[in-house]
Design a protein around this ligand. Sequence first.
Ligand SMILES: Cc1cc2nc3c(=O)[nH]c(=O)nc-3n(C[C@H](O)[C@H](O)[C@H](O)COP(=O)(O)OP(=O)(O)OC[C@H]3O[C@@H](n4cnc5c(N)ncnc54)[C@H](O)[C@@H]3O)c2cc1C
Length: 586
Amino acid sequence: MTIYNAPVDEMMFLFNNLKDNKNYNEIEKFKEINSDLVKDILEQAAKMNQEIIHPLAKVGDENPCIYENGIVRSPPGYKEAYTKFISDGWTSLSCDPKYGGQGMPKTVSTFFEEMLSSASLSFKLYSELSIGAYNCILHHADEKIKKKFLPKIVEGKWSGTMCLTESQCGTDLGLIKTKAIKEKDGSFLLTGQKIFITSGDHDLTENIIHLVLAKIPGSPAGTKGISLFLVPKFNVNEDGSVGTRNGVNTLSIESKMGIKGSPTCVLNFDNAKGFLIGDENKGLSSMFTMMNLERIIVGIQGLGIAETAYQNSLSYAKERKQGKSNNNENNQTDEIIKHADIRRSLLNMKSIIEGQRSLAFWLSQQIDVSLSHSNEKIRKSAEDLVSLITPVVKSFFTDMGTEITNEAIQIFGGYGYTKDQGIEQLYRDNRITPIYEGTNSVQAIDLVFRKVLNNKILSNFITLIKTEIKEENGKIELQKFSKILENNIQLLEDFAKWLEIKDKEKKDDVSSACNDFLKVLGYISLAYTWFKITKVSLEKLNENKNFYEEKINTAKYYYDKILPRVDAHYKSAKTGSDYIMKANFN
Ligand SMILES: Cc1cc2nc3c(=O)[nH]c(=O)nc-3n(C[C@H](O)[C@H](O)[C@H](O)COP(=O)(O)OP(=O)(O)OC[C@H]3O[C@@H](n4cnc5c(N)ncnc54)[C@H](O)[C@@H]3O)c2cc1C
């Protein structure tokens, strides 16, 4: 079994030193969320994740969900853990107190999301979509529906799903066939089949609330004719109690490469009673409330799994003895951590993970501002930044999760490939994250065509970084970082200009460069957060020399060894698409 120790000190370092967004600090309702309270929450979360949830990762992998006699059964121990999980209030952490939530900011709940992903992604997925459904209902449903459904979802007694995918329709949601027919009482009857539905059915909660995309006959073709419906597994009586079974049934569950403790269901809707959420034909934009947040959380999944991979690799490298290092003095076999190449590999992981955690913390401040600041203009400007960085966090973090779990297998050698140590499971569990919630390539296309070329929101982000560089604290050590960051910002601007020109001349050049652009923005975003970490570390060096020196050393590694990947991506992108489109693949 793998080990996992929640990095509470790292998280508190960010909370105490990088809560630097002026607008975030102005939000009245979060002023009471002080360092002591957050530390207390994170320590309790760490205990829960380490002691109760993490052991379930292996259990779920070895005892996948079962579908028998029309019932989906979760792996052994999941029900007991889930009962404790909800009775301790973890589902309600960031929800509105009006519906029974604890009202914690994203700056706190994002840390919790990471811990849960590190402990067991399969277990996490039972409650993850519930929070997505909660957000969608909160923002788009009428008050009657909110009152009826939200308190139970917040409490965790009912869970949620997101039902988009059909066999003929994955990325292209315009192809949805599920139909919704209006009834006299204003409700709808839904008929159709959804596939790949995470937590579509299971035995952990007394009801499951499906959020389903469907088409009302006569609505416009494609994505403009999609509406969103709330369809409960069991109908809910007027007094809020669980009533008769609705027309939703599970046909089967998938046998998968990873996340085997999470049921991925084929659901059949046969005249299932549903309620319209938001306006007719505006379903996709309402669903985006759920999907955008989910995309960030999927990125955090990649980060969380990478952290577990790193912790295990580090621990193994300190124990495993093979060969003699260059500085070997006693002529005895060395621990592999003494080999420069293993150290390089560990620093790859560490510098990416800590940079990502810091970027996720920065993003969570922006999300809190976009949702809760009193000034509309400030809210909108934060919303733009969230919109720009969401595909980066989703794709870059999950691709790096694949790189890091792969690297972990390599550090373990043959014991990484065999099942004994649980390392190969991390790779398998992470491998879905670049696929679901919109594949990473589709995220890159969204980033370039919708956000960079159309909306021009990139320039706000670049201004933010330039301001940070200008406000550097005069320390000579920091100037080397500023110079490199400035050069990379120039490259980012040049790349964006090149995309603009090519967009008018040759769209395939742009399409084939989207993944490169996303990576460039990802690496530079991490360089930005490492710059901020370095600035703080130089200022605080005397307070805790070991901790801050380590941060500065890791930042140097990131700038010298990882950031140059940006040049290769830009160079490759600029070669265009001629030979790509010419290939005939005979
Ligand atoms: C374990 C698991 C859990 C899931 N959970 C859910 C869930 O809870 N709810 C739900 O609704 N769905 C869920 N899904 C579905 C998932 O979101 C889809 O599989 C995913 O969006 C991709 O769709 P697809 O599989 O049909 O691939 P396709 O859309 O067929 O894509 C195939 C390939 O083509 C590429 N591609 C597609 N369109 C374009 C384009 N325009 N330009 C360039 N490349 C393109 C893609 O990037 C991909 O590489 C889940 C899937 C799995 C495996």
